[in-house]
Write a protein that binds this ligand. Structure first.
Ligand code: ATR
Length: 271
């Protein structure tokens, strides 16, 4: 690698200016004194193929992929990693010679954020794109049973069909009745995010030993997490998932596995 050449990595999305990814990678670039630069690649859906296929020629070492391209990008990647294939979405691309390699580090981010917890039965609320990465993460971690509950049941059933027999669909109206024996409760819906309605759930039936986590991180403590904390459950906020998912990309592009620190959390939160 030519040490004098600034390594370019992208953040690709549409729109992309609200992404916190450049902030995170920019912080690490400075922290580790890397000769790198993050370039915003505002990419309309109709230009996705061209943008991806010309990355190498334009001197990029890779790019993050954000909404709405995570699923569509799979089509244009030469080598897709096992977990990305399972999730059906790519959020990180690495240029390897003339080829593109695609990964899904949301799975890694989710797993790192809850690392060390006791596995058992998990309940996942929501069946959107984020839910799939969370479920694959839970399977990788060895959770024995995964329950999924979503307002639109058919979306939960689709995930169940695609991702395996260890997943059981719970009616949205019944979710409170199925909390008694779970070790982990995860919100993957957009409820609780600033500007969205709150996630309404009665946690009376939840064991005090269960861990509660949210993938929403704006606000850092959602009403859902607060409700769980106040009744005595350990909670894990969603910011860690975002920050940890950035690590494999930074490592692949710049050769350093960066650390997730309180200072980084503060920088990204201040956004
Ligand atoms: P993403 O792919 O980013 O996860 P998404 O596909 O829009 O986004 O998923 C959002 C999730 O939040 C879905 O599980 C959605 O439920 P539906 O599949 O029924 O739409 C859930 N969600 C959003 N608003 C909701 C609401 N008011 N009540 C219950 N669930 C809601």
């Amino acid at each position: 690698m030519n040490q004098n050449k600034t390594l370019l990595a992208g953040t690709m999305g549409w729109p992309v200016k609200h992404s916190r990814s450049p902030l995170m990678h920019g912080y690490w670039i400075k922290q580790y004194n890397v000769n790198g630069k993050i370039v915003l690649l505002e990419t309309r859906p109709e230009n996705l193929e061209k943008e991806l296929k010309t990355l190498a020629a334009r001197g990029f070492v890779g790019t993050s992929i954000t909404l709405p391209h995570k699923e569509e990008a799979l089509k244009y990647i030469d080598e897709v990693d096992r977990l990305a294939l399972r999730v059906g979405a790519v959020n990180q691309v690495v240029v390897n010679g003339k080829k593109l390699k695609g990964f899904n580090s949301d799975v890694f981010g989710f797993m790192e954020n809850i690392k060390g917890i006791t596995v058992g039965t998990a309940m996942v609320l929501g069946a959107g794109g984020a839910s799939r990465a969370v479920i694959v993460g839970l399977q990788e971690m060895g959770f024995s049973e995964i329950r999924i509950s979503n307002r639109t049941k058919s979306r939960a059933e689709k995930i169940c069909k695609e991702l395996g027999d260890d997943i059981k669909v719970v009616d949205w109206e019944d979710k409170e009745r199925r909390l008694g024996d779970i070790a982990l409760l995860v919100n993957t819906t957009s409820l609780g995010m600033a500007g969205q309605p709150q996630l309404e759930i009665n946690l009376d039936g939840l064991s005090k030993k269960a861990i509660v986590t949210d993938i929403v991180y704006t606000p850092l403590e959602t009403a859902f997490l607060k409700q769980a904390r106040v009744r005595g459950n350990k909670t894990i906020d969603g910011l860690g998932m975002l920050l940890h998912q950035g690590r494999p990309a930074f490592k692949a592009w710049f050769g350093i596995d960066p650390e997730v620190t309180d200072e980084l959390r503060a920088v990204v939160l201040a956004g």
